[in-house]
Design a protein around this ligand. Sequence first.
Ligand SMILES: O=C(O)C(=O)C[C@]1(C(=O)O)C=C[C@@H](O)C=C1
Length: 240
Amino acid sequence: MPTDDVADLVLRPGTAEDIEEIAELFLATRRDAVPQMPPVVSDDEKIRTWFRENVESQEYWLAEDGDILGYAMLDGPWLNALYVGPHRQGSGIGAALLDLVKAQRPDGFGLWVFASNDRARSFYHRNGLIELEHTDGSGNSERSPDIRMVWPGQEPLAFLRSQIDEVDGELALLLARRFALTTAVQGFKENPGQSGRDAEREAEIVARMAAHAPGLGVAALSRIMHTVIGESLDAYERDS
Ligand SMILES: O=C(O)C(=O)C[C@]1(C(=O)O)C=C[C@@H](O)C=C1
């Protein structure tokens, strides 16, 4: 299927026969992207092996004009990779691949992008993706801060509300765990319940949380935790 935007560009599904070339394109692109992106932590041979061994579990789409110029790799609701070779960036190939991914995932998809990769972030912003979560990088192998972005699909309100529902489900379980811990602690305090509230300890809790999620800010976290702790202690007093 030739695209309108980029003459002679063909987009097609990738096959096992393409995997060696895709692996080389990945390695060359990542080498060229330093320092916008951190260097890959595994050596080249390990990366080639990863591509060979995981070809079946990923869905690949290629952009080519005879040579492979770029690729997108999808896994369920995740766009795991979108790379365009170093010499063809800025010529509409990435946008063509992203349009194809949107057509494949009309209900929306997510991806991770390194915070340092300004070029990719602005590309995704221009193409309708939203930044949803900033991390300190402890969850990726490069240990480099990254950002979860989503394309909210053709029904953005429904997509984002379903993400809120998912988070609220986790939040409810965490709150229940926290309430139970607050109750348990009271059994070991000389002065339990509301009258034993410890402002210093609560300030420490807020500071630690703010370090985990700087975007929330100390003031908002302090109000939230004041309410959470107050409600936990009320529940303890009601039940004891
Ligand atoms: O650490 C305590 O002393 C508690 O009672 C627990 C807890 C909390 O829920 O984290 C509750 C009340 C205090 O003001 C401080 C902290």
